[in-house]
Write a new protein. Structure first.
Length: 154
């Protein structure tokens, strides 16, 4: 065995750990955009507002201090299942921000406009309804079977 060959696996492990630490400290990398799997029941339980309706508009707001571009959607509420929203109102919903300068990232998602959808919304840090993950927007014509048992089907 050549000198140093026994240390190759240890060096590779040390390099991988150092790279992981750099990503963790910077907040970049897969962990920044990953979502934990949640059942429909868990998503409904953790939602402060649940409504059906259509996203009628999407817009970009002014960049924040980090240069990220906040996104906002407007939902025309048809039916309220949970929370303070009212049928007939247009609800402004915070969406995940775009990258610096508005650059699209792999974590971006845009709800489909004018499609009847079940919205399972969280309260953001500022208290506004927030669509924080793509599986909290479920088109009504694609609801899973358990939606009816949970009282979420139209």
């Amino acid at each position: 065995m050549k000198a140093g060959a026994a240390l190759r696996p240890v060096r590779a492990l040390a390099a991988a750990l150092a790279a992981g630490l750099c990503l963790a400290v910077s907040g970049a990398g897969p962990a920044a955009a990953d979502w934990l799997a949640m059942t429909l029941a868990e998503r409904a339980e953790t939602a402060e507002t649940i409504v059906t309706g259509e996203m009628v508009a999407l817009r970009s707001l002014a960049p924040d201090a980090r240069g990220l571009v906040p996104q906002e959607g407007l939902i025309r509420v048809e039916r309220v299942l949970k929370g303070e929203a009212e049928a007939g109102e247009t609800l402004a919903v915070a969406l995940p921000p775009r990258g610096p300068g508005g650059i699209r990232t792999s974590a971006d998602f845009e709800p489909e406009l004018n499609r009847p959808t079940l919205w399972l919304l969280r309260a953001g840090r500022d208290g506004r309804p927030t669509l924080d993950r793509p599986d909290r927007a479920l088109p009504l014509d694609e609801l899973p079977p358990e939606a009816e048992a949970l009282g979420l089907a139209p």
